[in-house]
Design a protein around this ligand. Structure first.
Ligand SMILES: [Cu+2]
Length: 640
């Protein structure tokens, strides 16, 4: 469902017309050859939005451009309001994000290169139509000296068994190509070892799996909402029960969620300004020749928005769904629409609360949650992102990772220590998916202070004779360096985002608690070049005062980066984070110790974290959730 907005809300995503206009403006001023790798709305901050009535907000875009005639990367700002480029900078020594068109060009060029054909033929593969070549970004600190200064990619090579078989089933191990992505020159062939082809079963589509019989005892499960859903979608604004929010979308982060509030006592109380993922870092943890360079920055290098896929009713989403389309752009700056990119729906979530009283009987409420989600296909992997809003004020962010694991075929009998054997002489290397959620919080309108909370046992003494006393210690984090935090399972550490100038009816300060699920340490040598590029993943939580220009935790331009110019640099300023407009950067994800059951396709691995009201409401805000009718009559759900 798309609503044509003639005058967009300041947070509405860039429209098709706006992309076209931006392209025209940039090309007129900076050359018709300019390619567009990233065009984002320069989003107004909270203050600008608050003043919008008296100070109109200009529509401005932030662009990353690549001049392929010179290989130079530029960043700039384009005012749609004034129809001009307002900032323009040559980013010497830095690289624009990678785009799909480059991927396609590499594949096209390499597969017709005689040196490539020869190298692949040496492996006994002569039908190039069955070969797939895929480019990865080259870590800046691992690029061979001879290629310094170039825009460099390295490739995987895969072989299909037949034209419609799983492309990721048969890795051509030990062989990769190094390519200049500007000139499309083949720079090097890395032929490091060779392995005979393995008799693996890497197929997942029923027609390709030998002897597979689909189970026949699965009966229909239908979800109907005869009166329609309980939410409304107007343009990009969603209202559901007491929740309200706006949905945004951009090519880099994919879906974003803005101005999240909950109505309480007749007014909407702000909780968050903006919730989104701002980086994903996926290092493979096998130091061997096939994987030592394999680290994807799925947001900074490739863009979750670019890789967002259309959703289908009955398959991706079940029930009474409302969809939003998303508009992205190609490298010529022309708009492309992803239909049904964002799914909005309600789900039954079993029990919300219940008690059975011996006198009055059972009182039970079913839980309903609003789910706002999108899917991105990142080559072999799928990321399914769900933001869920609950009737009791809880917010859950869940990511499901699915798709096909990267594998390596290895010589028979060789010992493998960095992965799991998933098929015949085939290893799925361990790897990690670090996601950096950027949580621009606004608890009760701010300013906010984060408190680290830890549970501690009391000493045995006159006040704690039996040693069962437990206290919760809450420590305010006052500066950015104090705001760099790691979890502690032993103390059940969590973080409260507190508004010290707002109180609930008991006189304590209102707050939301970040419950740190899905966090894990890097388990990486501190001197690893990867940690220099992605220092942000070195800790679970970072807290910074809001700064409009601080958006990318591993830096704005991460392709071939050497150092992380994001969080580790900003936080060195050690600014005050006490009673400020705060951004929390929560690093979570999956420490993926691969399993045999995840081959040839992995069922979703789920990981989530929560934002829970902690003294935000005076009492359970879901007391007013009405009972559902008991099926077949009777009064089991409610007794008045
Ligand atoms: Cu994984």
């Amino acid at each position: 469902m798309t609503t044509a907005n003639l005058t967009p809300h300041p947070l509405d995503p860039l429209s098709a017309d706006e992309f076209t206009k931006i392209t025209e403006i940039v090309r007129t001023q900076h050359g018709q050859e300019m390619k567009f790798t990233s065009v984002l709305l320069d989003e107004p901050g909270k203050q600008a939005l608050a003043n919008a009535a008296t100070e109109p907000i200009d529509r401005v875009a932030t662009v990353i451009c690549l001049d392929r005639t010179t290989g130079r990367t530029y960043t700039g700002k384009v005012s749609l309001t004034d129809e001009t480029v307002v900032e323009w900078e040559y980013r010497e020594g830095e690289q624009a994000n990678l785009v799909g068109e480059e991927l396609e060009l590499v594949d096209e060029k390499l597969r017709e290169d005689p040196r490539v054909i020869e190298a692949i033929a040496k492996r006994g593969i002569t039908d190039m139509d069955l070969v797939a070549i895929e480019v990865w970004g080259y870590p800046g600190n691992l690029i061979p000296e001879e290629f310094a200064g170039r825009r460099v990619g390295w490739t995987d090579v895969w072989r299909r068994d037949s034209p419609d078989s799983n492309v990721y089933a048969n890795p051509v191990s030990g062989l990769s190509f190094v390519v200049d992505l500007t000139t499309m020159e083949l720079l090097a062939i890395h032929d490091r070892y060779s392995v005979e082809s393995k008799p693996v079963m890497g197929e997942y589509r029923p027609s390709k799996v030998p002897g597979l019989k689909l189970r026949d005892d699965v009966k229909p499960l239908e979800i109907t909402q005869p009166d329609g859903p309980s939410f409304t979608v107007e343009g990009n604004e969603i209202k559901w029960q007491k929740w309200s929010m706006r949905v945004g979308f951009n090519v880099r982060e994919g879906m974003t969620i803005h101005t999240v509030g909950y109505e309480d006592g007749g007014k909407v109380r702000p909780i968050a300004n903006r919730l989104a993922f701002s980086e994903m870092v996926v290092p493979y943890r096998d130091p061997g020749p096939d994987h030592y360079r394999r680290t994807a920055f799925d947001i900074g290098e490739w863009g979750l928005g670019f890789m967002t896929t259309s959703l289908k009713l009955g398959c991706d989403c079940l029930g009474e769904i409302r969809y939003l389309d998303a508009t992205i752009h190609d490298w010529d700056g022309q708009p492309k629409v992803i239909e049904n990119a964002i799914c909005i729906h309600e789900e039954d979530d079993a029990i919300l609360w219940k008690h059975v009283d011996p006198v009055t009987g059972a009182e039970v409420r079913r839980a309903r949650r609003l789910v706002v989600s999108f899917h991105a296909t990142v080559a072999n992997y799928e990321y399914l992102v769900y933001w869920r809003f609950y009737q009791d004020g809880n917010i859950e962010c869940e990511v499901r990772a699915t798709g096909i694991m990267v594998t390596t075929a290895f010589p028979h009998g060789q010992r493998q220590v960095n992965g799991t054997l998933v098929d015949v002489d085939t290893n799925a290397p361990y790897h990690q998916h670090f996601i950096v959620a950027r949580l621009d919080m606004d608890v009760d309108g701010g300013p906010n202070t984060v408190y680290a909370t830890e549970c501690l046992p009391m000493d045995i003494g006159p006040e704690n004779e039996h040693g069962i006393g437990m206290v919760q210690q809450a420590t305010p984090l006052k500066t950015e360096l104090e705001g760099i935090q790691d979890p502690n399972w032993q103390t059940q550490k969590a973080w409260k985002i507190v508004n010290e100038s707002a109180t609930n009816h008991l006189g304590t300060n209102t707050s939301y608690k970040l419950v740190p699920e899905g966090a894990f340490p890097t388990v990486m040598h501190p001197e690893s070049p990867l940690l220099k590029r992605a220092g942000a993943i070195g800790h679970t939580l970072w807290v910074t005062p809001y700064d409009k220009d601080e958006n990318w935790p591993c830096g704005e331009l991460v392709v071939q980066s050497v150092n992380d110019t994001g969080l580790p640099v900003w936080t060195k300023k050690n600014r005050s984070i006490e009673k400020q407009d705060l951004v929390l950067w929560y690093v979570f994800g999956i420490n993926h110790i691969t399993r045999q059951e995840e081959w040839p396709i992995m069922s979703v691995d789920k990981v989530s974290f929560w934002l829970k009201p902690a003294g935000f409401f005076d009492r359970n805000p879901a007391l007013d959730v009405p009972p559902t009718p008991a099926a077949g009559g009777g009064s089991h759900c409610a007794n008045g």
